[in-house]
Design a binder for this molecule. Structure first.
Ligand code: ADP
Ligand code: MG
Length: 705
C-alpha cells in the first residue's frame, strides 16, 4: 500500500492518523501506543486540559514574582556552563531591549549547546523567578522568532502527554501543530450535531467553531463558548442515551404483573415490627405502581444509612412471592449478604417463607440443596453475593432482583442477573445507601426511576459528631467507659488502605492492645479483612449479642452492620478516610433510641481538605449535603469508582462543575423524547445522524477493549 494514498473511507474521521500531513508512520505508531489515537477522529477529540496565555509579550522590566508565566521576545546573547555534578547547568543571557535576564537548563545541556544560535531572536516562555535583582527562567520553552509567531496573540493548548512522547519531541506545541493541519482539512466534515433550534435558544456556537476554538481559541471568550457548547453536546448525548433507554424499558420491555397482595396484607396486619415512616410508605407505593404495569421495573431506591431500606426490600419481595415468582437480593460483600439474610429471615420466618443464603463460602452440600430448591421453586427468596450470578444458579421463576450497593457491581453483572429468567426479564430494584449528588444520579442512574427514603424512623436522635486530637485520647477513653457503663457498645475503626495492608494491620493490633490495656475488664472483639469468614462471623455474633462491648475493626464493618445498641463510633486516623466513607461509618451508630456519638480522631497536623471533611462531618448528618461537598473535593471519578466508567463516558464535562449544563441538557432531551421519540421530524435529523455515529464508535471501542 502506498504511503501517500490513504485508503478510501466512508467517513473522513476514520482515516488513520499516519495520513495526516506531517505525521507519518513513526509518529503515528507513537500516538497509537501512548494515547490510543488511531485516526483523525481520535485526534480531533483529544482536547487540551488547559491553555497558556500567549496573547501578549512581556517586557523584562515588567516581570513580577506573581506571574505564573511570562512570554518574552528578545535576543540570545551568549551562554556558558556553570556549577558541577547535579548543579551543572547551562546559563544563557537573554535581552529584550528593556533589560537582561538569564535562561537556565539543567537537562539536555549538550543539545542546547549545539542548537542554540547566538544573537538570534527567540520567544521564551516560563515562570520568571528573581535572584537578587536578576530575573531568570529555568527550562523555558524556547522558539526561534518567525513570521508566524512574531505577533503572539494566541492561546497555547496544553495536552496531556506521556514522557515518552515528550522525549520524542511530541509536545503540546507539536500536537497543536498537527491539530491545526487537521482542523484545516476537517472543516467541511465537522457536521452540526445539535438541532438548530437548540443552538439558537441557548446561544451556542456551531460544532465546527467549537471544535476549532477548543483547541486553538481565537480569544479567551471563544474558548469559553467552545467548551460550553461541547460540554452541552456531551451531556446532551449522555442523557439522550440514558433517557431513551429508560423510555424503551417503559414502552417495550414486558414485565411480570404483580397485582395480588395476600402475603403483603398478612405481613402488614400481623407481623410489621414497627410503623413504617411516611417515606417508606411512599416508596412502596411507587414500587407497587411499577410492578402492576406489566413493564419491567428499573428503579433505584436511594436512602441514607439507617433509613430502613431492608423492610422496603422485604415487602417488595412479598409482591413477587404473592404472584408466584421468586426474589433474590445480591450484596457486594459476604458480611453484608449475611446481615441482609439475618434481617430478612426474621420477617420471612414469621410468614413461613423459605429463604436461603448463597455466598462463596457456602458448603457444597448446602449449595446443592439451594440450587435444587431454586430450580424447583421451593425456595422463594435467596440472598447472596455475586455467587448468585454463576451460571449454575437457575431459578424456576425469578421475578425480582434487588441489588444492594449497586456502585460496587458492574453493569455487566447487573444484566447477568436479569438473564436468569429466560421468558421475561425480572424486575430490578437497585438499593444504595450512598447518597449521591443529583448530578451524579442523573448520569449514573439516569436510565432508572428513582425513589428516595428521605426521613429516618421516628425517635432517632441526630448523631453528635466531635473532632478530637490524638493527644486527647485519655479523655475519649473516659467517655467510652461512661457509655459502656450505661450498657452501650462502641466501635473503634482503623483505616485499611490496600497498598499497606501490613502496616494497617499493625496499626489495628497496636490499637487493639492499647484499648485492651485501657479497658482491662471489658470484653473486646476484633474484626479485619484478613480473618477467615468463620472467625469474622463468630466475632460479629458476639458483638451483636452484646457479649463484647468494644468492636475494634477495620473498615470491613463499613457496610450493613446493624447493632442498634452500639452508640459510639470512634474513627482513628480520620484524615485517611474520604467523606462518604466517614459518613457510612458513622451510620453504624444512631440506630437505636439512645443518643449516639461519633468521635473523629486525628493528628494535630491536618491538611486543608481534611479540615473541611471533618468540619462537614461535625456540622451535618445529611448524607446528600455531605455528598455534595465530597463531589466538590474529589471530583466525580473518584466517587463513582472505575466500575461505572462504562456509563461515565464523559471526556470534557466535569459533573462537579457542570451541573447546570447537565440540568439544561436533560430538560432538552426530555422535551425532544416527549415530542418526537423516534426522531422523525426533520429538525431532529442531526441527532439521529450523530447517534448512529456514536453507536458505531462504541462498537469499535468495545472490540478494542
Ligand atoms: P438501611 O436503610 O441502612 O438498610 P435498615 O433497614 O437496616 O436501614 O434499618 C435500620 C434500623 O432501623 C433497623 O434496626 C430497622 O429495624 C429499623 N427501622 C427501619 N424502619 C423503621 C421504622 N419505620 N420504624 C422504626 N424502626 C425502623
Ligand atoms: Mg442496609
Amino acid at each position: 500500500m502506498s504511503q501517500l494514498t490513504p485508503p478510501v473511507r466512508n467517513n473522513f474521521f476514520d482515516t488513520p492518523i499516519e495520513f495526516l500531513k506531517g505525521v507519518g508512520s513513526q509518529k503515528a505508531a507513537l500516538l497509537n501506543q501512548e494515547l490510543s489515537i488511531f485516526n483523525f477522529g481520535d485526534l480531533i477529540q483529544y482536547y487540551p486540559y488547559r491553555h497558556e496565555d500567549r496573547t501578549i509579550f512581556h517586557k523584562i522590566t515588567e516581570l513580577n514574582e506573581q506571574m505564573p508565566a511570562a512570554q518574552i521576545k528578545g535576543r540570545l546573547r551568549e551562554w556558558s556552563l556553570a556549577g558541577e555534578g547535579s548543579k551543572k547547568r547551562l546559563v544563557a543571557v537573554f535581552s529584550d531591549g528593556t533589560g537582561v535576564m538569564e535562561l537556565v537548563w539543567f537537562q539536555s545541556i549538550s543539545w542546547f549547546e549545539k542548537n542554540l544560535r547566538p544573537n538570534a531572536e527567540y520567544i521564551v516562555y516560563g515562570k520568571p523567578i528573581a535572584f537578587g535583582n536578576k530575573w531568570s527562567i529555568t527550562h523555558p520553552e524556547i522558539d526561534l522568532l518567525t513570521a508566524e509567531n512574531a505577533h503572539g496573540g494566541y492561546w497555547q493548548p496544553v495536552y496531556s502527554l506521556t514522557e515518552k512522547l515528550k522525549r520524542k519531541f511530541i509536545d503540546s506545541k507539536a500536537i497543536s501543530k498537527m491539530m491545526r493541519t487537521l482542523l484545516e482539512v476537517s472543516r467541511p466534515h465537522l457536521a452540526e450535531t445539535l438541532p438548530a433550534e437548540l443552538i439558537q435558544k441557548y446561544r451556542m456556537v456551531s460544532k465546527a467553531d467549537a471544535v476549532w476554538n477548543f483547541h486553538l481559541p481565537q480569544s479567551y471568550a471563544w474558548l469559553h463558548q467552545a467548551q460550553r457548547r461541547l460540554k452541552f453536546e456531551e451531556l446532551f448525548y449522555n442523557q439522550f442515551r440514558l433517557l431513551k433507554n429508560k423510555l424503551l424499558h417503559k414502552t417495550e420491555f414486558p414485565g411480570l404483573v404483580f397485582d395480588k397482595v395476600n402475603l403483603v396484607k398478612e405481613f402488614y396486619a400481623h407481623h410489621l415490627p414497627f410503623t413504617l415512616t411516611g417515606s417508606q410508605v411512599k416508596v412502596l407505593h411507587e414500587i407497587h405502581e411499577d410492578l402492576k404495569k406489566g413493564k419491567q421495573m428499573n428503579r433505584l431506591l436511594h436512602g441514607d444509612v439507617g433509613s430502613g431500606k431492608t423492610i422496603v426490600a422485604f415487602i417488595t419481595m412479598l409482591f413477587a412471592l404473592d404472584n408466584g415468582a421468586q426474589a433474590c437480593l445480591m450484596a457486594p460483600t459476604e458480611i453484608l449478604a449475611d446481615q441482609h439474610y439475618q434481617g430478612l429471615k426474621k420477617f420471612a420466618d414469621s410468614l413461613g417463607i423459605n429463604i436461603g443464603k448463597l455466598t462463596g463460602s457456602t458448603k457444597k452440600k448446602e449449595r446443592d440443596v439451594i440450587h435444587r430448591e431454586l430450580l424447583d421453586g421451593s425456595m422463594q427468596i435467596i440472598v447472596g453475593t455475586h455467587a448468585l450470578i454463576e451460571d449454575i444458579v437457575q431459578f424456576q421463576n425469578l421475578g425480582l432482583c434487588i441489588i444492594d450497593e449497586q456502585h460496587r457491581f458492574g453493569v455487566a453483572q447487573r444484566s447477568k442477573l436479569w438473564a436468569k429468567n429466560s421468558r421475561i426479564n425480572p424486575h430490578i430494584l437497585v438499593m444504595t445507601a450512598t447518597p449521591i449528588p443529583r448530578t451524579l444520579a442523573m448520569t449514573l442512574y439516569g436510565d432508572l426511576d428513582i425513589s428516595a427514603i428521605t426521613e429516618l424512623p421516628a425517635g432517632r436522635k441526630p448523631i453528635r459528631t466531635v473532632h478530637k486530637y490524638d493527644a486527647h485520647r485519655l479523655s475519649v477513653f473516659g467517655f467510652l467507659k461512661d457509655e459502656i457503663n450505661k450498657g452501650r457498645q462502641v466501635y473503634m475503626v482503623y483505616p485499611l488502605i490496600e497498598e499497606s495492608e501490613k502496616l494497617d494491620l499493625k496499626d489495628l493490633m497496636d490499637g487493639y492492645e492499647s484499648v485492651a490495656r485501657a479497658f482491662p475488664d471489658v470484653p473486646l472483639s476484633i474484626l479485619h479483612g484478613k480473618m477467615k469468614s468463620k472467625d469474622k462471623d463468630f466475632e460479629m455474633q458476639r458483638f451483636v449479642k452484646a457479649e463484647t462491648k468494644i468492636m475494634v475493626a477495620t473498615t470491613v464493618i463499613e457496610v450493613g452492620v446493624n447493632v442498634p445498641n452500639a452508640s459510639v463510633m470512634v474513627i482513628e486516623n480520620a484524615e485517611r478516610f474520604g467523606l462518604s466513607q466517614l459518613h457510612q461509618l458513622r451510620g453504624r451508630v444512631g440506630r437505636g433510641a439512645e443518643q449516639s456519638y461519633c468521635v473523629l480522631m486525628t493528628d494535630y497536623k491536618i491538611s486543608k481538605d481534611t479540615r473541611l471533611r471533618i468540619e462537614t462531618m461535625c456540622r451535618t448528618n445529611d448524607g446528600f449535603e455531605i455528598a455534595e461537598v465530597d463531589l466538590q473535593l474529589r471530583g466525580p471519578g473518584d466517587i463513582t469508582g472505575t466500575q461505572q466508567s462504562g456509563l461515565m463516558d464523559l471526556l470534557i464535562s466535569n459533573l462537579a462543575q457542570d451541573g447546570e449544563i447537565l440540568k439544561v441538557a436533560r430538560l432538552c432531551v426530555e422535551a425532544i423524547l416527549t415530542n418526537d421519540p423516534d426522531l422523525q421530524q426533520p429538525e431532529n435529523a442531526p441527532i439521529k445522524v450523530h447517534l448512529s455515529k456514536l453507536k458505531k464508535e462504541q462498537t469499535n471501542w468495545s472490540r478494542i477493549s
